[in-house]
Design a protein around this ligand. Structure first.
Ligand SMILES: C[S@@+](CC[C@H](N)C(=O)[O-])C[C@H]1O[C@@H](n2cnc3c(N)ncnc32)[C@H](O)[C@@H]1O
Length: 229
């Protein structure tokens, strides 16, 4: 069977699994998604948002079906554009933004080609998404991020950092993938691409695509665009 791990796999996944399945996987629930959002917004507000001019514009890359961060930024007074590869996700995201009373622009595009998004941004945000881009396209994606940022603009990117796994993690993964194998017999499952990088690789990728790393914590990287590419 042909295996799809990126691109329109997200469209199929969201149709079967809805908002929670896309954001946290099928073992989670809306309560947990909202709780994590609250914690993350608190962290992002103190850690990264001071770098953005008040009322500045933000591009949320891989905005997701709840546009949860896009809505959060919009509530704080920023002008937000959310981009996602899945049309159904964009439709759901519009609904969440409307419900929250926030005016957000949404664009259906793949992060490897952001040419249909006009203008340049003060801040580019990419959480829970960059690792879903196959590694052979990661530089191309970072180049697109560079092109969409103003000079001196900032990026907040979550990378999945490759580290040696402790025994308990290996055990968890064994149990998780075994359970998935069984689940697959009863319901469709969607394998999405997962790419992780060592911190040296992240430094190289950022440097070669015109970014300076200002700080990083737990895989969250705050970048500054220092040259055009
Ligand atoms: C795990 S979800 C995270 C969503 C959102 N950032 C959040 O945390 O709520 C990943 C999202 O990225 C989108 N996505 C995955 N690959 C993409 C790509 N190459 N271009 C644009 N969007 C992509 C998916 O459709 C999905 O909505």
């Amino acid at each position: 069977m042909k295996t799809k791990r990126w691109g329109n796999v997200w469209e199929e996944k969201v149709k079967h699994q809805g908002e929670v399945g896309i954001i946290h996987g099928t073992n989670s629930n809306m309560g947990r998604v909202l709780k994590q959002l609250e914690k993350d917004m608190e962290f992002i507000s103190s850690w990264a948002l001071p770098s953005i001019p008040l009322g500045g514009n933000i591009l949320d890359c891989g905005t997701g079906p709840m546009a949860r961060y896009a809505v959060g930024f919009s509530k704080l007074g920023y002008k937000v554009t959310g981009v996602d590869v899945s049309p159904t996700t964009i439709k759901l995201a519009r609904g969440w933004a409307q419900k929250a009373g926030q005016k957000i622009d949404f664009v259906n595009a793949n992060l490897v080609d952001l040419s249909k998004i006009s203008g340049k941004f003060d801040f580019l945000f990419c959480i829970e998404t960059f690792g879903h881009i196959p590694s052979y396209l990661s530089l191309k994606t970072l180049e697109q991020f560079n092109k969409k940022l103003k000079m001196g603009g900032h990026g907040f990117i979550q990378f999945w950092v490759d580290k040696e796994k402790p025994f308990m993690r290996l055990l968890y993964e064994f149990l998780y993938f075994s359970a998935l194998k069984i689940k697959k017999m009863f319901t469709p499952v969607f394998h999405v691409n997962v790419s992780s990088y060592t911190s040296e690789e992240i430094e190289d990728m950022c440097k070669s695509t015109g970014f300076e790393i200002l700080k990083n914590e737990r895989g969250y990287y705050l970048l500054k665009k220092i040259r055009n590419i």
